[in-house]
Design a protein around this ligand. Structure first.
Ligand SMILES: Cc1cc2nc3c(=O)[nH]c(=O)nc-3n(C[C@H](O)[C@H](O)[C@H](O)COP(=O)(O)OP(=O)(O)OC[C@H]3O[C@@H](n4cnc5c(N)ncnc54)[C@H](O)[C@@H]3O)c2cc1C
Length: 386
């Protein structure tokens, strides 16, 4: 384990969890290039996550999980992304949503307990299907075109969702739809096998190719009345969402992997114009030092916000600005680190066999996960001027 990783592994429980996730990440790393090249879904990685118990880590202890803290989520997700970023981002949604739902008691207890049981016993996976072509990012406040109509004791859903990460293996789709009768916007749990739900394989991108973030088509999908689990009103938006730190954790993992690759390369590459490796050269030591500085800077911010969330339980839901700023700083810094890593390695970084070109593509996706940069800046300005 390198000193960057060790730095945030502080307790025996961290050590235990970190050993487990490191094994998984190393196994994923060996297949990452293949999934990326094929644009295929990492089924084997997901199976390994289930078998290891990783997928139930954020279920509360009293329901059979580990009830991990936000700090632990960040620590684990960052390590997992060093192995395979697509897999990490995918499972990050699942772990994060479960953490948030349990913590804020967002759903009816019985429904949550039923789903939690399915996660613990059967390795069930869930994620939200919120984005649509018409709204773009749902964080912008656009109204979903997906419609929920009440018929007797059932809801009938019609619409199309975009970017549904992990669609190939999800057991539950948490679909956000407008309710026809009263105009409310609400979340509905739709089990995978529900008639009328179809996955349309649209995910063919240059980044995060293994996330299987396909479209979901809902045609007269019928679910029971208790499938409506939460109304997304102004009140529900007031509480900050710590779990979203799984996003910057993932992109920091990519940056760490790029940094490790570049330093290793610089320590071993010995062109015959010099005596030792290129890591002896001032023009290479400069970007290496800069990468270290950027990593320390961004990670200190990321972990301090996660720690604050865990410790300041009473005020955690006020941390909108801190959480958003951490995401902005980390994802942008991660892109700079990958860029520096590629400059250190030189043209070898352009070959498809080099993981750096994949990190370069994957890290850019962070810009398009919430909250987006301009929204963060505007939030900070709003707080400063109110
Ligand atoms: C790898 C990956 C995984 C994802 N996984 C999921 C998932 O599991 N579930 C899910 O629901 N979604 C998911 N998403 C979708 C994501 O949350 C966004 O909805 C999606 O990336 C579209 O965001 P956008 O900013 O590109 O699009 P848009 O919102 O269409 O924005 C396009 C451009 O217009 C600008 N713009 C648009 N509207 C406004 C506005 N009102 N004010 C200011 N500027 C505006 C934006 O800044 C941007 O430059 C995922 C996305 C990615 C990349």
């Amino acid at each position: 384990m390198g000193y960057h990783e060790e730095y945030y592994v502080r307790t025996n429980r961290h050590k235990e969890l970190y050993t487990m996730v490191s094994k998984l990440a190393d196994s994923f790393k060996s297949r990452s290039e293949q999934y990326d090249r094929e644009g295929s879904f990492p089924y084997q990685n997901i199976e390994e996550l289930k078998k290891s118990g990783y997928t139930r880590l954020s279920v509360p202890k009293e329901l059979g999980g580990e009830g991990i803290s936000l700090y632990e989520l960040v620590l684990l997700q960052e390590r997992l992304a060093q192995g395979d970023a697509s897999t990490a981002l995918s499972i990050g949604w699942h772990l994060g949503i479960v953490m948030d739902t349990a913590e804020k008691r967002l759903w009816d207890n019985k429904v949550f307990e039923r789903i939690a049981h399915d996660i613990v016993q059967n390795g069930a996976l869930l994620n939200s299907a919120v984005s649509e072509a018409a709204t773009g990012s749902p964080t912008r406040g656009g109204r979903p075109q997906t419609l929920a109509v009440k018929e007797g004791n059932e809801w009938v859903l019609n619409g199309r969702k975009t970017f549904t990460t992990m669609a190939p293996v999800l057991d539950y789709f948490i679909v956000v739809a407008a309710v026809e009768k009263n105009g409310e916007i609400a979340q509905f749990i739709v089990p995978r096998e529900t008639k009328g739900l179809e996955i349309v394989e649209t995910w063919d991108t240059m980044a995060m190719r293994g996330t299987g973030s396909h479209d979901i088509l809902l045609q007269d999908v019928r679910v029971p009345h208790d499938a409506l689990v939460q109304v997304l009103d102004q009140e529900s938006k007031k509480k900050a969402s710590g779990w979203l730190l799984h996003i910057p954790a993932c992109y920091m993992g990519i940056a760490l992997a790029a940094r490790n690759h570049a330093v290793e390369y610089a320590n071993h590459y010995k062109p015959n114009s010099i005596k030792g490796p290129i890591s002896d050269l001032p023009n290479i030591r400069q970007p290496i030092g800069e990468m270290e500085l950027k990593l320390m800077n961004a990670r200190t911010f990321l972990y301090s916000v996660a720690e604050r969330w865990d410790q300041d339980v009473e005020n955690r839901y006020e941390l909108h600005a801190e959480l958003a700023a951490a995401k902005h700083v980390v994802t942008n810094t991660a892109m700079e680190i990958v860029d520096k890593a590629m400059r250190i390695v030189g043209a070898q970084s352009l070959y498809h066999k080099s993981p750096l070109q994949r990190y370069y593509r994957d890290v850019r996706a962070g810009l398009h996960n919430p909250p987006m940069d301009d929204a963060v800046i505007s939030l900070l300005a709003q707080r400063a001027t109110k």
